[in-house]
Design a protein. Structure first.
Lengths: 287, 103, 163
C-alpha cells in the first residue's frame, strides 16, 4: 500500500501537486481529511477555469466550450432523455407484485433525495449508492434486480435525479473510520493509473478537462456525478453511473470491475463528496 | 402504452410554437448489429401537424433524421385551447397519432 | 481534426434578428398558393430520398436548381459534437414559402428532410440530422415558385452512421 501510494505520487498530476501544496496531510497520508480534500479539489477547478461559473461544472464538457454549449442548449429545448424520464416516473409509481412501491424503501418517498446518495451505511460498514439501494429495494420486495448498466436502472435514477434538480449535493461522511477509509479508497482509485494505456481517472478529468481526447471533449471531474444518469448521443441511449465507470475503464483499456464493486462505490462516494454544494443536474445529455 | 409522440404547443398572441419529439429508431439500413447483420432501414417517412381541419406543417423524412426525431416550427391562426393533431407513418407501415391542446 | 473554435456570440444575434424580421415581415401577408409547388404535393418524395448526390436529389425533388440567397439563414454548429445528432435550423425573410429542404452533401443519401409549409405557417424550422462526416449542409427554400439556397460546412469528428 505504501509503495502503491508513492508510485502514484511519483507519477503526479497537476492536481496532486495542487493537493500537495494545500493539503500536506494528503501527502503524508497519515490522516484522512475529506473536508480539506474537497476544498482543495474544488479550488483547483475554480482556479483552473476562472471563467466557469461554479454551478456550471455539473454540465460536463458543455461548461468548457461555447460552441458545444450552444448545441446542448438547443438539445435541452426538448431533451433526448425525456422518454427515459417518463418511463422512470411510471416505473417508480407502479407497485411491485406485493403491492409496495419504491417510495416505501426511501426517505421522503424517494422524492428529492438523490443529493444524499451515495451514503455510508454504518451498519453494513460500506457505501450504498442510489443504484444499489434501488436494486436492494427490488429484492427486498421479491423482484429480480435490474442490470446496473441498462435502461431500466437509468430510467429510475433519471426520474429520481429529476426530482432533486438544483438541490446541492449533500454527502455526509460519518465519524467512522470505515467511512473515512472508503473515501480514501475511492480517492486512491481515482488517482491510480491502470490499464494498457496507463491512464488514471484524474489524468483525463482533472488534468485535461475541456481538451479533446480523440474526438471527445473531456468533462471536469468536479460535479461529473451530479449529472448522472446521462443520455449519450454516442450510445444513442441512457447510461447509469455504473455504465459510465465501466466504460471509462474499458476505454482506457483497463479491466472494468463489476458494477457496484466496492471500489466503484467508493470512487462514487469520493467524487460525490468533493462535489458537495454543487447542484444536481441529472439526468444529463452528453455528446 | 405511452404515446411515441411528445408535443409542446404554446400560443403567444397569434403565433403558436410547436416542438415535437418522437420515439423512433430511425434506422438507416446501413448499420450492422453486433452479429454483423444489417439492421433493416426503419424510419418515419411522414409527420403531419393538423389544426382546425388543416395541415399546417408536413415533414417528409429520410434516414438522415436523427434517432428520436425532433422538430420545431411555428404557425398562425390558432389560439389557446385549440387541438393540434400529430400523426406519423414509417416505411414499415407503422404509425402513431396523438392530439395536444395548445397551451 | 482536433481544432476547437471560439465562441460565436454574433451568430445567435443574427439569427434572432432574422426571426424577428421574418415575423414582422409576414405579419399581414396572406400566403398565396404559388404556381409551381414542386415539393408541395401530398406524395412522399420516394425518388428524391433515394438519390445519392445532392445535385440528383435536388433535381428529383424540385426539378431545377436553386440560387444562393442571403435571405436564407442556415444555422448549424461549426463542429458537431456528435454526427448522429446535429442541430440544424433555417429561417428566411422570403415570402410565400411553400417548402424548406435539407441536404447533407456527403451522406449516403443526400436528402435528409423536406418540410411543407401551409399558408400561415412561419417559414422557419429546426430539426436534428445525422451527418456521416465533415461536409457541406445545404438548405433550400422554395418561395413563390422559386428556389433559394444557403450552405454551411460542418465539421464532424464522431460520425453519425456508426453503430
Amino acid at each position: 500500500m505504501k509503495t502503491r501510494l508513492s508510485l502514484l505520487l511519483g507519477s503526479v498530476s497537476a492536481a496532486l501537486v495542487a493537493f500537495a501544496l494545500t493539503s500536506p496531510h494528503v501527502v503524508a497520508a497519515d490522516k484522512i481529511d475529506p473536508v480539506t480534500d474537497a476544498k482543495a479539489f474544488q479550488n483547483f477547478f475554480f482556479q483552473k477555469f476562472p471563467n466557469v461559473k461554479h454551478e456550471d461544472f455539473v454540465n460536463g464538457p458543455y461548461s468548457m466550450n461555447e460552441d458545444m454549449k450552444r448545441q446542448w442548449q438547443e438539445k435541452e429545448e426538448f431533451p433526448p432523455y425525456e422518454f427515459a424520464l417518463d418511463a422512470g416516473k411510471e416505473m417508480f409509481s407502479t407497485p411491485f407484485k406485493n403491492g409496495k412501491t419504491y417510495a416505501d424503501c426511501f426517505p421522503n418517498g424517494g422524492i428529492g433525495i438523490r443529493q444524499n446518495y451515495p451514503y455510508f451505511d454504518t451498519k453494513e460498514g460500506k457505501v450504498v449508492t442510489l443504484e444499489l439501494a434501488l436494486n436492494r429495494c427490488r429484492e427486498a420486495n421479491g423482484e429480480a434486480p435490474y442490470s446496473y448498466v441498462k435502461d431500466e436502472m437509468a430510467s429510475l435514477t433519471a426520474y429520481m435525479a429529476f426530482t432533486s434538480r438544483g438541490k446541492p449535493m449533500d454527502i455526509k461522511i460519518p465519524d467512522d473510520p470505515r467511512a473515512l477509509a472508503a473515501f480514501e479508497n475511492g480517492k486512491r482509485y481515482f488517482y491510480t493509473r491502470r490499464g494498457q494505456m496507463n491512464f488514471s481517472c484524474a489524468g483525463c478529468h482533472v488534468q485535461s478537462p475541456g481538451e479533446r481526447i480523440r474526438a471527445e471533449t473531456l468533462a471536469p471531474a468536479l460535479g461529473i456525478v451530479n449529472a448522472m444518469p446521462i443520455y449519450r448521443s454516442e450510445w444513442s441511449g441512457m447510461g447509469t453511473t455504473s455504465r459510465r465507470f465501466v466504460t471509462c475503464n474499458s476505454q482506457t483499456r483497463a479491466v472494468p470491475l463489476e458494477p457496484q464493486a466496492d471500489e466503484y462505490r467508493d470512487v462514487e462516494y469520493f467524487l460525490s463528496y468533493v462535489a458537495n454544494g454543487l447542484p444536481i443536474s441529472g439526468p444529463g445529455a452528453r455528446p | 402504452m405511452a404515446s411515441s409522440i411528445r408535443v409542446r404547443a404554446n400560443a403567444n398572441g397569434d403565433i403558436t410554437e410547436v416542438q415535437a419529439l418522437i420515439q423512433h429508431p430511425m434506422d438507416t439500413g446501413l448499420v450492422k448489429n453486433p452479429n454483423g447483420e444489417l439492421i433493416p432501414a426503419h424510419y418515419i417517412q411522414e409527420l403531419k401537424f393538423e389544426c382546425n381541419g388543416k395541415d399546417v406543417f408536413v415533414a417528409n423524412w429520410g434516414t438522415a433524421v436523427s434517432k428520436d426525431p425532433y422538430v420545431k416550427f411555428s404557425f398562425k391562426g390558432a389560439k389557446k385551447g385549440d387541438e393540434l393533431k400529430i400523426s406519423w407513418t414509417d416505411n414499415k407501415g407503422g404509425s402513431d397519432t396523438t392530439t395536444a391542446k395548445i397551451a | 481534426m482536433t481544432t476547437t473554435t471560439g465562441p460565436h456570440p454574433t451568430r445567435r444575434l443574427i439569427l434572432q434578428g432574422a426571426v424577428s424580421v421574418a415575423l414582422i415581415g409576414l405579419g399581414n401577408l396572406p400566403f398565396a398558393a404559388s404556381p409551381a409547388r414542386a415539393a408541395a404535393n401530398d406524395k412522399y418524395p420516394e425518388e428524391a430520398f433515394k438519390q445519392k448526390s445532392e445535385a440528383d436529389a435536388i433535381k428529383a425533388l424540385y426539378g431545377r436548381n436553386a440560387e444562393p440567397s442571403d435571405k436564407v439563414k442556415l444555422d448549424a454548429p461549426e463542429i458537431a459534437e456528435n454526427g448522429g445528432v446535429v442541430p440544424v435550423s433555417v429561417t428566411t425573410t422570403l415570402d410565400k414559402v411553400s417548402s424548406i429542404s435539407f441536404f447533407v452533401a456527403e451522406n449516403p443519401y443526400a436528402l435528409a428532410a423536406s418540410y411543407k409549409f401551409a399558408e400561415g405557417t412561419i417559414p422557419a424550422v429546426a430539426n436534428r440530422l445525422k451527418m456521416a462526416k465533415s461536409t457541406k449542409l445545404v438548405a433550400i427554400v422554395e418561395a413563390d415558385g422559386k428556389l433559394y439556397s444557403a450552405t454551411k460546412d460542418v465539421k464532424v469528428t464522431v460520425g453519425g452512421c456508426g453503430g
